[in-house]
Each structure stands twice: as C-alpha cells, then as structure tokens.
Design a protein around this ligand. Structure first.
Ligand SMILES: CC(=O)N[C@H]1[C@@H](OP(=O)(O)OP(=O)(O)OC[C@H]2O[C@@H](n3ccc(=O)[nH]c3=O)[C@H](O)[C@@H]2O)O[C@H](CO)[C@@H](O)[C@@H]1O
Ligand SMILES: C=C(OP(=O)(O)O)C(=O)O
Length: 435
C-alpha cells in the first residue's frame, strides 16, 4: 500500500483537465460483452478499477487492444465460461464494484452469468437486490451461495417485463438495461437511475442497435432486439473529479481553470458548491475558480443552517459529500452534511478533527461542520485513506495544511484518480509518492 507525502500550505495555479469518468467507464466497458463486433471506447482513465475491469474482460476471452493512451477496442466474439469458474475470476471480480455489471450482458447474450460478491468502497451495506430482482423479472433463475458468496443467474430466454425498482440503483439500472436490450419484447423500468453515465450507456447501446427510449428520465422503455453491433464511444469527463478540483481550489486559495467539464452534465454540483460560497465562472465549457481568501456558507431562506445532502440524480451525488465536508471546514458559517445513502462514509472526519477542524459527527450519516473562515489552518498529520473520496478529501486537507502530512493506503485514491500527484504537482503542489 503506497503513501503520499504532502507538503501543503501554498496555493496552486493553472489549468487541469478532468479524466474520463470512472463510473461511466465501468458501465460501458461491461457493455462490450453484448456484441461480437468491435467497440471502440475513448477517454478511458488509467486508474486501478478501470484497468482491473479491462483485464478481467481480457481474461474472459474478450480481445482488447490499446489504440492510444486512453482509447481501447474490445471484441467479445466469445466468452470463456471456464474462466468464470476459476479462483482467479473470483479474486479479480471481487476486487471492484463495477465488475457486477458484466452479469447483465452475460445473461442476456449467453443465457448465464456468475459473479462473486463484488468489492468497491467499504462505505456501508451495498446490496445487490435491485440487480437480481430485475433479472428475475426478466425471467432469470437466481441463486446466491451464501457460503461461497457467489451469485448465479440463468435463463434460456429473457422476456421483457414491467418493473418498478425498489431503489434507483445506478449499477442496478445499468445491469438491467443491458440485460433487457437482448430480451424478447418490451421492458419498462420505472424508478430507473438517470444520471449522465446511465444516459451515456443508453446512448451507446442505441448506437449499437438497441431501442431504448426515455433516456434521461426515470422511466425507460427498452424494446428487445435480436443482436447488437459495434460502435465508437467517448466517455464524459469525471464529474466527481471536477467537484474534487473545485473543492481543492477553494480550500487552498488557488486560481484554477478546469477544462472541458461538459457543464450541462454536472447537474446540481456547481450550484451546491456556490451555496458554500465558492465563486466560479463558466468560460466556454471550462470552470474558472478565482483565488478566494474567504467563502461564506449560505443559510436557508429562513436563516436556518444549510444542509448538503445526497439524493439520486438529479440530486447531489453521494460521492462528493466528503469533498463538501472538508471544504466547509475552512468556510465562514456552518453546514450539516447529510450522507443519506451510505452509513459508513463519514468516519474519516476523526482525522479532520485531529487536524483541528470543528466537526460534530452527529451519527453515522450526519456531520455538522463549523467553518474556521481560514482564521485557523488545519495542522499537518499522518493519516490513512479509508475510501476513494475520503482519501481525496484528506489529500485536499493535507494540501491546505502548513507543513508535511503523510497519507497511507493511497491505492484507495489511485482506484479513481489518474496520476493525481503528478497532475496536482503540475499546478504547483508538492506531493511525492513513497512505498
Ligand atoms: C461503480 C459505480 O458506479 N459506483 C457508484 C454507484 O454505486 P452503486 O450502483 O453500487 O450504488 P447504488 O445506486 O446501488 O446505491 C448506493 C447506495 O445508496 C442507497 N440508495 C440508492 C438509491 C436510492 O434511491 N436510495 C438509496 O438509499 C443504496 O441502498 C446504497 O446504499 O452509485 C453510487 C450512488 O450514486 C455511487 O456512490 C457509486 O460511486
Ligand atoms: C463509491 C465509489 O466507487 P465504487 O462504487 O466503485 O466503490 C466512488 O466512486 O465514490
């Protein structure tokens, strides 16, 4: 497990381009299993989780070729189901969350899918009921071997059905959409997740010959087709990385331009940062953040303390709440951070409290932050990254603190942020990588 040594306390300056979106990559790369034809995907980030999924597909028998630094072609002429029974498959597939999305394509194209319990951040219970109830509605038989933690689905033929999802699960919706594209008849998914990455998946599938309507809404209609063809697809910029850079700029008083953000796909994210008092300008498709010595948290209209809470899209993504929390520690005013979706994602605040932040962890879902208005800087410290987004929140804290901090377990950060040390060093940060 690697380490970052961070010498913080000075502003950064310059331009930064966001990587391609991690969570879109995991969806659309899984979708290549739906066709024997060539699918070309560009703007793929070179990050651990995405590389693991590509390697998994390659081991499953998909022909993968790297065209350039961020473009790959995939040809899933056949899948080696023997590999799916191996210990290696169990180990590799269970090391990331996104691997669960190979099940839908396998089930619909080959009539069977297997998966060990997938990995991903340990941020609370992460159930998969939505996925498997959806497959069952399409006619699949489902089995979960609790001793082996292994899921199996099988179906001679999938048949379109109406379903109301019990929750708007992102990966669940993607999985069911992919299964339904090759099912017989029409599938209607109500309470579907509709975030831009699910929209991107649908647009890509439609270019491959699928018939999906309602894209962008929570009511999707999918008319099954008998086969899908190849296509070319470019990933959106990563909205969580963009949000992380906005938070970083504010917290370190940096003047930063974030290039080519695909602003309409950021939804409520920019306005949510504005409610913390952070100024930014949209210049073309770039976000310009001026150096700011102070930013003041808004209150609600009645004067009560602002709440920043997550909600399914078009609400605020839960993946940015750790960033909002750390940024608030140096704001003027107070905010309640309410992480509704995950129950173990706020415990990292202990580290921020060690660094001098004023935070009350009310319960596992809620933390009240009383900002220092930059009157007291955070103190450098030694810490460990518990999950991908808390890891980046701690990195932002370390960059704002005068002196040297050490962050252990940075594999968690590398899971989702490409060369973050080098890219921030290009803006004037001082981050070095140790063993
Ligand atoms: C690989 C990938 O794409 N991971 C993302 C995906 O995970 P993933 O698809 O695993 O997350 P889900 O959308 O299934 O659910 C996330 C959590 O929110 C809860 N929940 C979800 C929907 C809802 O209406 N109510 C509710 O309470 C779930 O019970 C679960 O605890 O979406 C999450 C929610 O945006 C993000 O944090 C993850 O980064
Ligand atoms: C929770 C996240 O990822 P995963 O679902 O892959 O664990 C995330 O990207 O913030």
């Amino acid at each position: 497990m690697g380490t970052f040594v961070v010498k913080g306390g000075h502003p950064l300056k310059g331009e930064i381009t966001p990587q391609g979106a991690k969570n879109e990559a995991l969806q659309v790369i899984s979708a290549v299993l739906l066709t024997p034809k060539k699918v070309t995907i560009s703007n793929i980030p070179n990050i651990l989780d995405v590389m693991k999924l590509i390697q998994l597909l390659s081991k499953m028998g998909v022909a993968v070729a790297k065209v350039d630094e961020s473009t790959y072609t995939f040809e899933a002429k056949n899948v080696n189901f023997d590999y799916l029974k191996t210990e290696d498959f169990r180990k590799e597939a269970s090391s990331l969350r996104g691997s669960i999305m190979v099940v839908g394509p396998l089930l619909s194209r080959f009539g069977k899918g297997f998966m060990p319990r997938p990995g991903g951040d340990k941020i609370g219970r992460r159930r998969l009921d939505t996925h498997f109830i959806g497959f069952e509605k399409l006619g699949a038989k489902f089995n979960f071997d609790a001793n082996e933690s292994f899921f199996t689905v099988e179906a001679k033929e999938l048949k379109g059905a109406y379903m109301l999802l019990d929750e708007a699960s992102v990966t669940g919706t993607a999985n069911i959409i992919m299964a339904a594209t090759l099912a017989k008849g029409t599938t209607t998914i109500y309470n579907a997740a509709c975030e831009p990455y699910v929209q991107q998946l649908c647009k890509m599938l439609n270019r491959m010959g699928a018939k999906i309507s309602g894209v962008g809404s929570n009511l999707l209609t999918i008319e099954g087709v008998s086969e899908l063809g190849g296509t070319e697809h470019r990933l959106l910029p990563d909205m969580i990385e963009i949000g992380s850079f906005i938070g970083l700029a504010a917290m370190t008083h940096s003047e930063i331009t974030i290039k080519n953000v695909s602003y309409p796909d950021l939804g409520i994210i920019p306005d949510s940062f504005r409610r913390l008092g952070i100024k930014m300008e949209l210049r073309g498709d770039d976000i310009y953040i001026p150096a700011q010595d102070h930013y003041e948290i808004d209150t609600f209209i009645d004067g009560s303390i602002l709440t920043i809470a997550d909600a399914p899209w078009p609400g605020l993504t839960p993946d940015l709440l750790s960033i909002f929390l750390v940024v608030a520690t140096q704001a003027k005013g107070s905010v309640l951070i309410h992480q509704k979706m995950f129950e173990s994602r706020l415990f990292f605040v202990d580290k921020l409290i060690d660094m001098g932040a004023q935070i009350i962890l009310c319960d596992p879902h809620r933390a009240t932050v009383i900002g220092h208005d930059n009157a007291i800087k955070l103190r450098p410290t030694v810490m460990s990254s518990p999950d991908i987004r808390a890891g980046v929140a701690l990195l932002i804290a370390a960059l704002s603190a005068d002196g040297t901090s050490v962050i252990h377990n940075i594999d968690q950060i590398d899971r989702g942020y490409q060369n973050i040390d080098l890219r921030l060093n290009a803006l004037g940060a001082n981050i070095s990588r140790g063993l």
